[in-house]
Ligand binder design. Structure first.
Ligand code: B12
Ligand code: SF4
Length: 519
């Protein structure tokens, strides 16, 4: 059977990284079947194009995975595929939270022949075998012999053969400039961000988060050896193909068990398996100086921190009091001292937020080392405690907001601001964080760092916003470069000057050497 795994695009932004589930399920597919992958974020297709691809490639089963924000698109695609006579199985967080919706058991239309609930590592091979026999069931749940939910232990963990996967559609370097960079840069003609998980689960249970419900509060880790081997495979792949590979440890809280994280990082260093990496770590776990030293030594570059708010009352409301706003600055300085920067994530529209929250947050951010702030609105995802609380209080203005997805649009009214005011605060937060003036101030604040460090920071600042806002068209890129031209010119001039003076210095050392050798 030929199988297509498909991740729909969210229609708004570009993902900077492939989705791990597709590569994992491809690796776990029983022998004898062929699996093709399409990530709509990298290779956008409408219903007609996708169906004609499926016909052309003689696909016999389509697996679709989607977060809540992409589910409406996922359903539209699934409808078109099923109308063409090809069975569809859906999985991922959204269908796990509301499986009746995909199966048409809630009074709405049916979109999927089958749904895979929860972690599908162990059910996927069964789904494939059933589909090949034409005996697909409606629901696949990972249960043990007693009918209790069984979570994969992650030991052993499948070896994802990244070196043989076709990663072309996920190249971060735009096609037209690849040949130029290939000629001149040390492997910068092709850049990939690869997702790796070292563990699953988070026990913290923040009110808005689906993770504790989905992956459970018992944390499971892969063995250090298995993670190190995956890194070594990727490193070898990067070297052989002269490309840059970066890694995103997608664990929800990479340092949830500090002792284990330290031992993993030590093993990575000992095996010389370092690749530049990013991970999500909550602020309370970044107090440990030794951990930060190991992050730096293992080539950790960016840490994603869910700060959510600078207001402790807001944090208490969403069960996140383990975050202490008073220590944010110290945490970020500790990281910056080792050349590690933070992606600081905030939620706007929490119940204690009032007009001016963006300005207050931006003032605080400006007092911290330069980083990449991101902002989202508080979103009640189905089956989270937040959703239940707002539903009970009759505060949901769009109870099925995912069927009518609109980016950055609230689905409930906060207590101290209107919805329109919340949207306005969100815009101010983004505009204020990535305006050309703010970019210049951020670059000034790291003026003492080496030039390549600052260029990288500027590039990251310019492209990062594109994960959340449309920035794919040529016009959007041109506007961005034009708005930041002063800064780009300044750094380019400095780097050319440095290049020339280093060449002069090299010549100056070669000449006396020749004299010595000649004598
Ligand atoms: C990495 C990540 C991202 C990456 C992008 C995704 C990528 N390219 O990988 C980034 C950082 C950009 C990101 C952004 C966002 N993310 Co995110 N992200 C994650 C994270 C941490 C890991 C995803 C992952 O790979 N997990 C590991 C794999 C193995 O698990 P999995 O995807 O669930 O797949 C398993 C099963 O679900 C199932 N499965 C999945 N799909 C399918 C399909 C089929 C056919 C089958 C059979 C089975 C199946 O099998 C897999 C193996 O068991 C998850 C949390 C988490 N731990 O999963 C959040 C998560 C997916 N993100 C979430 C959210 C909300 C967002 C944002 C909307 C946040 C925001 N407010 O901006 C944005 C959206 C950005 C965008 N452009 O769309 C939520 C989604 C909740 C929901 N119900 O939709 C999650 C669950 C985290 C949370 N706090 O609740 N995210
Ligand atoms: S710490 Fe992060 S992953 Fe864990 S429950 Fe809170 S938001 Fe979710």
């Amino acid at each position: 059977m030929r199988i297509l795994l498909y991740n729909p695009d969210n229609g708004v932004t570009r993902n900077f990284m492939p989705h791990l589930w597709m590569f994992l399920l491809k690796t776990l597919t029983p022998a004898g079947h062929e699996v093709l992958l399409i990530d709509g974020n990298a290779r956008p297709m409408d219903e007609k194009q996708l169906v004609s691809f499926i016909r052309r490639e003689k696909i016999g089963l389509v697996g679709i995975g989607a977060m809540t924000r992409m589910i409406a698109r996922a359903y539209r695609m699934a409808d078109a595929i099923r109308a063409a006579g090809v069975p569809v199985v859906m999985g991922g967080p959204h269908v796990t939270e509301v499986p009746d919706e995909a199966l048409g058991r809630d009074g709405g239309p049916r979109h999927a022949d089958a749904v895979a609930l929860g972690e599908a590592d162990e059910t996927w091979p069964k789904i494939v075998n059933d589909a090949a026999r034409g005996e697909l069931k409606e629901i696949y749940a990972p249960l043990d012999e007693t009918g209790k939910e069984r979570k994969p232990s992650l030991q052993p963990y499948p070896e994802i053969p990244w070196n043989t996967m076709d990663l072309d559609q996920f190249d971060l370097v735009p096609k037209p400039i690849r040949p130029l960079l290939r000629r001149h840069g040390a492997g910068w003609g092709s850049v990939h961000m690869i997702p790796i998980e070292s563990g699953r689960g988070c026990p913290y249970g923040c009110e808005f988060c689906t993770v504790t419900g989905f992956f459970g509060d018992s944390i499971r880790f892969r063995s250090n050896e298995s993670v190190v081997n995956e890194l070594l495979t990727l490193k070898e792949h990067a070297r052989e193909n002269r490309k840059q590979v970066m890694v995103f440890f997608i664990d929800d809280n990479f340092a949830i068990n500090i002792k284990r994280t330290k031992s993993l990082l030590r093993d990575i260093i000992a095996a010389n398996a370092q690749l530049p990496w990013t991970a999500q770590i909550s602020a309370n776990l970044l107090r440990d100086e030794e951990l930060i030293d190991l992050i730096a030594a293992s080539d950790g570059k960016w840490v994603f921190i869910g700060m959510e708010s600078i207001d402790s009352a807001n944090l208490a409301d969403v069960n996140k009091s383990f975050n202490k706003p008073a220590e944010y600055s110290a945490v970020l300085n500790r990281l910056a001292a080792r050349g590690i920067y933070a992606i600081t994530s905030f939620i706007i529209g929490l119940d204690n937020d009032s007009v001016g929250v963006a300005a207050r947050t931006l003032r605080e951010i400006e007092s911290w080392p330069a980083g990449l702030p991101i902002f989202g609105q508080l979103t009640p995802f189905p089956s989270t405690p937040l959703y239940q609380r707002l539903l009970k209080a009759d505060r949901l203005t769009r109870p099925k907001h995912w069927l009518d997805f609109a980016p950055f649009q609230m689905a409930h009214t906060p207590l101290k601001m209107s919805i329109a005011e919340t949207h306005d605060e969100l815009n101010q937060a983004w505009e204020g964080s990535y305006s050309p003036e703010r970019n210049a101030r951020a670059l000034d604040s790291i003026g003492d760092k080496p030039i390549d460090h600052r260029i990288m920071h500027l590039i990251t600042r310019l492209i990062f916003r594109g994960i959340y806002f449309p920035q794919m068209g040529k016009a959007a890129w041109a506007k961005l470069f034009l708005a930041n031209r002063g800064l780009i010119y300044k750094l380019a001039r400095e780097s050319v000057a440095r290049f020339r003076s280093s060449k002069r210095a090299a010549r100056a050392t070669v000449l006396p050497m020749q004299e010595i050798v000649g004598r």
